[in-house]
Design a protein around this ligand. Structure first.
Ligand code: NAP
Length: 260
């Protein structure tokens, strides 16, 4: 398929794991892709990996999305080099891993919300103001949420709260921008295989897989396929939707081994 030929796409958090797959997917389907990681080093490393995968039409620009000045700079570069933006994928996230509620400081909560909520908000607002509203062909926004917005996981209060806020933000931005012809949706993954899985024992990996009705976690490309669907005309009548992609985890009340 070549659904994104001639399209300009921005993927935040394109420097690692799922973001790399999302960038590759758009690149494979003909788009020119701008991507950012949070630092020059991580962004350059991501660009190197993408080049080694044969992704040619990519421009990498470091940008900490929690910092409005850096977000403005990112859009200045896109404006100067491409003059348009058609698709925004808000993939960047602070994972907020490993802090039990009683040990979580307010500053840490604000740090996680600063990337996931403030970052997603300001990148989207700039994309809409600076590009989508000025173009005849209006833009599309896809957020990466998480199934943890609906069903919590332990020691991740800030992260779960941020993804819940993203779901609400997706619905309310969709209402405000729908009449202007701009669609806003989210993909909510469950387990995705990332480099963080490499340090897990085989037993833990298998235990996680047994938790999934489909018996396997998503690959980055499984998620990229859903993101591409939401960004394409194939989902042209959808807005304000949260599309779960989690191997069936969210439809079960409890894992099979305790279900008796
Ligand atoms: N992995 C999962 O199992 C899972 C499950 C459900 C939902 N999700 C969601 O899916 C998306 C991708 O997940 P992932 O596991 O692939 O993410 P990840 O491995 O944690 O990578 C996060 C990406 O976001 C970037 N990032 C972090 N803070 C940033 C900031 N302040 N400014 C700009 N970029 C920033 C990182 O850049 P650096 O390289 O510079 O750090 C990296 O490229 C996320 O939204 C995540 O919440 C993931």
């Amino acid at each position: 398929m070549n659904r994104f030929k001639g399209k300009i796409v921005l993927v935040t958090g394109g420097s690692r794991n799922t973001g790399l797959s999302i960038v590759k997917k758009f690149c494979d389907e003909g788009a020119r892709v701008f991507m950012c990681g949070s630092t020059p080093e991580s962004t350059a490393k991501g660009a190197e990996i993408l080049a080694s995968w044969g992704c040619a039409n990519i421009r990498s620009i470091p940008c900490d999305i929690s910092d409005l000045a850096q977000v403005n700079h990112l859009f200045d570069v896109i404006e100067k080099e491409a003059g348009q933006l058609d698709i925004l994928v808000n993939n960047a996230a602070h994972q907020g891993i490993g802090k039990p509620f009683l040990e979580m400081s307010t500053d840490y909560v604000m740090e996680v919300l600063g990337v996931n909520v403030r970052g997603g908000f300001q990148v989207t607002q700039q994309a809409v103001r600076r590009f989508f509203l000025r173009q005849e062909t209006r833009g599309v926004v896809v957020f990466l949420s998480s199934n943890t917005a609906m069903r919590a996981i332990r020691n991740r209060t800030a992260y779960c709260a941020s993804k819940g806020a993203i779901n609400s933000m997706v619905r309310s931005i969709a209402l405000d921008l729908g009449p202007l012809g701009i669609r806003v949706n989210a993909c909510a993954p469950g387990y995705i295989y990332t480099e963080r899985w490499d340090s897990l024992s085989e037993t833990t990996k298998q235990r996680r897989r047994l938790n999934c009705p489909l018996r396997h976690e998503a690959t980055g490309m499984d998620i990229a396929n859903v993101v591409a669907f939401l960004a394409s005309d194939d989902s042209g009548n959808m807005t304000g939707e949260i599309v779960t992609c989690d191997a069936g985890c969210s439809c079960q009340h409890m894992p099979e081994d305790v279900d008796f």
